[in-house]
Structure formats: structure tokens, C-alpha cells
Design a protein around this ligand. Structure first.
Ligand SMILES: Cc1ncc(COP(=O)(O)O)c(C=O)c1O
Length: 451
């Protein structure tokens, strides 16, 4: 009985899968934050290199992965697919649970899958420095690592609550040569104006994005990199699902349900999109995104045009949103504290091709501990949402007395999140109520986009 399904280096995918030609209808345009008219590639050139802008809008189903990128992927890809036999036993479920483990990357999560090509295309276009944001620090450390591999400088605006909670993520970024700044900061106009309104704000991804975008837009040698949400980021992550499909074949099974945690949508899309291609071709597979109940953009947000960031400097996209100035409670799954969602995932949820669920913090930690005590791996708090979703599916299968094949993405390890586990065991973690009033207030500030 096999437990791990492994591929060789030659089986690293040669192309990324672009879901755009298989979407259920045309994409909504991306809107300029000042003119409120659709953006042109020209508008975006100060922020991104041309190759990434091309990918953002491409209608090619398969996009070739450059050799230089595959060369770096070889440091940790293909990642293993595990059958969670010990967890299945503990749950006494007839379900078969599989997980794709992305925590084997040098930075400890799926994020380098896109950090590496973003650094590569920037270097090729002559960029000197990358400015970016990070929530939990997973993205910032991945970008720092990728920049050092391609000889780029890197500035990371790190959400203040995570900067305090996760000092070792900061150390990792510094080790890989990046400059790390707690956000909001006095380095940017947007940071200064947010601090003037609330000097004690925990910060948010929306605020940190504003600072990084402003930094890039005001320096000629600097471009911006985003760790999630955008089409090209989700595209790069599809190496996960492509490998998983091959590995499920080795296991002789096909998933009934595919699950990922959802912050901005990238690890979820990375695993799920290649399976959604099968669904579009008639295959019966359910696809589920699990988000935190304290920041439930997919399950409680509205599907509308909104700014991608708090200070309204980033483009406006049609997505599920809780409002761009909503500051989510300081849960430990820092990478899931984003007011919006990827436009591609949002459209798929709206079209009912993807299901969305919300899970509270304590239930996710409980699932993470059960997972660590059976499978051994200590999960990132973000990934614990996918584990919660998978365990719930397996328990439902048990209630119904049915076999079910469950596949989830274990997007990262939690070795740098031990302070969160300490707090959980000390009984100091709480479930935040869904901040309905603050969301309602924030939704009053959506931009009016007339197309
Ligand atoms: C381990 C891990 N999983 C998931 C996420 C959420 O991001 P996304 O929804 O883009 O995968 C993050 C974000 O920082 C993360 O670090």
C-alpha cells in the first residue's frame, strides 16, 4: 500500500494551464482606479513587465514554462502527493484522503511557483528592484528567494500584525537579501495617511498592497509583484494541479472533491483549475474553496467591482469583496486576511462551478493539530482551512457510509507559525464574530463603475 506518489524531475510540467479560454463566459474588464475606464496594457507597464501583462490577458490555453524557470523549479518540484492513511484511520472514514504537499519548497509554501517566474520575467525586462507586500510572510519570503536567484533587489511591505507575530519570516526574507518594512509605514503616502487615521492599525494586505504599488509606481527601476489574485499568478500555480492529476493516476483514483484554502485564490486555483478543465469536459468533480469565517469574501461578500487595495491606487476588478477598506480581524492565518478574491475564482463561484465554505479559526487549528498528530506535518495556519474542509468531507462520507476520494492542497508548513500554535494550546486564540457592521460600512465605499 503506497503512501506517497512521486514523479521524477522530467515530469515537471512544461506548460502552465491557462483557464481563461475555458471560463464560463467573458471576463469582466479591469478598471483604472482614477479614470474608472478599462485599463490598457500601457496603463499597467509601470507596474509589470510586458511578458506578465501578456499572460494576464492571454487566451492561449497552454503557456510554455521558460527553461530557466523549470531549472529553479527542479530545486523542489515535482512535490509529493500523499495518501493520508493515518488520518483516515483516526477519522474511521471510508473516504480516501489525498494531499498535495507544497511545503517542500525552500520558502515552505506554494508561493515560489509564481515568485520564480515573476522574478525571471522582471530580470529579462531590465527591472532592478521588486516592491511587494506580504501577509503572513510566506509570499515575501518566496519573492525574496526568487529575487536573490535572479539578481534582483527586493523590498517587502509586511502587514504589521504579522511583522510582530512572525519575526522569523522577517529573518528569512532578510537572509535572502530583502529589505522588510512593517506596513503601514511612513515610507509611502498611503502608509502615512492610514497611520494618521489610526496609528494602532494592525495593517492588512489591502494596505500593504497600496504601499508596494505606490513604491513601484514612483520609482523607474522598480516593478510591483503580487503573490495572488491576478490571472498570471493563478496561471503559474497550475503546476500543482497538473502534477496532482498525474499522481492521482499513479494512485489509480480520481477525486470526487478537490479542496483548497482561499485567501486571494492562488493555491486553490493552482490545484483546482486543471481539474476544472476536466469538469468543463464533462467530468463529475466538486471543487471547494475554504476561507476564514472572519474574512469571508466568497461566502458573505458581494460580487462587484472594487479596488484591489485600501488606498485605491491598484486597479479595480470584479470580484467577491468585503469592501477595500475593511480591515479583517488579526487571525493567525495572515495570508487569508484579504478583503477580495481572485476575479477568476470569483467568476467561477458566481457561475456555481466552485463551492465556497467558511471555517472558524479554532476549528481550523483543531484540524491542523489532528493532522500533525497523524500525518506528522505541521501545517501553516492558512492550509489548516483546507484540512478542515477535507476532514469535514471525510466525516460526511462516514455518516453517509460512502467511499469518497478527497484531494486537498497542503499549501505550506507551519514551522514559522509556532507562536500561533502556542497561543492555541494556551487557550488564547478566539473565534472572531463575522464583523457584519464593519463590512456593511465598507461596502458603502465601493466604486461606481459604469460600463
Ligand atoms: C501557506 C499559505 N497558504 C495559502 C495562502 C493564501 O494565499 P492564496 O489564496 O493566494 O493561496 C497563503 C498566503 O500567504 C499561504 O502562505
Amino acid at each position: 500500500m503506497e503512501t506517497r506518489y512521486l514523479l521524477g524531475e522530467k515530469q515537471i510540467p512544461t506548460h502552465w494551464y491557462n483557464i481563461i479560454p475555458d471560463m464560463p463566459g467573458p471576463l469582466a474588464p479591469v478598471i483604472h482606479p482614477r479614470t474608472l475606464r478599462p485599463v490598457t496594457p500601457q496603463d499597467m507597464l509601470p507596474l509589470f513587465p510586458p511578458a506578465l501583462l501578456e499572460q494576464e490577458m492571454s487566451s492561449e490555453r497552454w503557456i510554455r514554462i521558460p527553461d530557466e524557470v523549470r531549472e529553479v523549479y527542479r530545486l523542489w518540484r515535482p512535490t509529493p502527493l500523499h495518501r493520508a492513511r493515518r488520518l483516515e484511520e483516526a477519522l474511521r472514514t471510508p473516504a480516501h484522503i489525498y494531499y498535495k504537499y507544497e511545503g517542500v519548497s525552500p520558502a515552505g509554501s506554494h508561493k515560489p511557483n509564481t515568485a520564480v517566474p515573476q522574478a525571471f520575467y522582471n530580470k529579462a525586462a531590465g527591472t532592478v528592484r521588486i516592491a511587494t507586500e506580504t501577509g503572513a510572510g510566506q509570499w515575501g519570503s518566496s519573492m525574496a528567494m526568487a529575487c536573490t536567484m535572479f539578481g534582483l533587489k527586493c523590498t517587502v511591505y509586511m502587514v504589521r500584525v504579522s511583522y510582530a507575530q512572525k519575526p522569523y519570516r522577517k529573518s528569512m526574507m532578510q537572509l535572502w537579501g530583502a529589505e522588510v518594512i512593517a506596513s503601514p509605514s511612513d515610507r509611502t503616502g498611503s502608509g502615512r495617511s492610514i497611520l494618521a487615521k489610526d496609528a494602532r492599525t494592525p495593517g492588512s494586505l489591502g494596505i500593504a498592497i497600496s504601499e508596494a504599488v505606490e513604491d513601484a509606481a514612483t520609482h523607474d527601476d522598480t516593478k510591483y509583484a503580487l503573490g495572488s489574485v491576478l490571472n498570471h499568478v493563478l496561471l503559474h500555480q497550475t503546476v500543482i494541479g497538473q502534477e496532482a492529476k498525474e499522481q492521482m493516476k499513479l494512485a489509480g483514483e480520481y477525486p470526487d472533491v478537490v479542496i483548497g484554502c482561499h485567501g486571494g485564490g492562488s493555491n486553490f486555483a493552482g490545484l483546482a483549475f486543471p481539474f476544472l478543465a476536466d469538469k468543463a469536459a464533462g467530468k463529475d468533480v466538486r471543487v471547494v474553496a475554504v476561507e476564514p469565517s472572519s474574512c469571508p469574501s466568497l461566502t458573505k461578500g458581494v460580487y462587484a467591482f472594487d479596488f484591489g487595495d485600501t488606498a485605491q491606487v491598484a486597479p479595480i476588478a470584479k470580484m467577491y469583496t468585503l469592501g477595500h477598506d475593511f480591515v479583517p480581524p488579526g487571525i493567525h492565518a495572515g495570508g487569508l486576511r484579504y478583503h477580495g478574491a481572485a476575479p477568476l475564482v470569483s467568476q467561477l463561484v458566481h457561475a456555481k462551478l466552485v463551492e465556497a465554505r467558511a471555517a472558524p479559526q479554532l476549528a481550523c487549528f483543531e484540524a491542523a493539530v489532528q493532522f500533525a498528530r497523524t500525518e506528522g506535518i505541521i501545517p501553516a495556519p492558512e492550509s489548516s482551512h483546507a484540512i478542515r474542509g477535507a476532514i469535514d468531507e471525510a466525516l460526511r462520507a462516514k455518516e453517509e457510509g460512502r467511499e469518497r476520494v478527497v484531494l486537498f492542497n497542503l499549501s505550506g508548513h507551519g514551522h514559522v507559525d509556532m507562536a500561533a500554535y502556542d497561543e492555541y494550546f494556551a487557550g488564547k486564540l478566539e473565534d472572531f464574530e463575522y464583523p457584519s457592521e464593519r463590512v456593511q460600512e465598507s461596502l458603502r465605499h465601493l466604486p461606481h463603475v459604469a460600463l
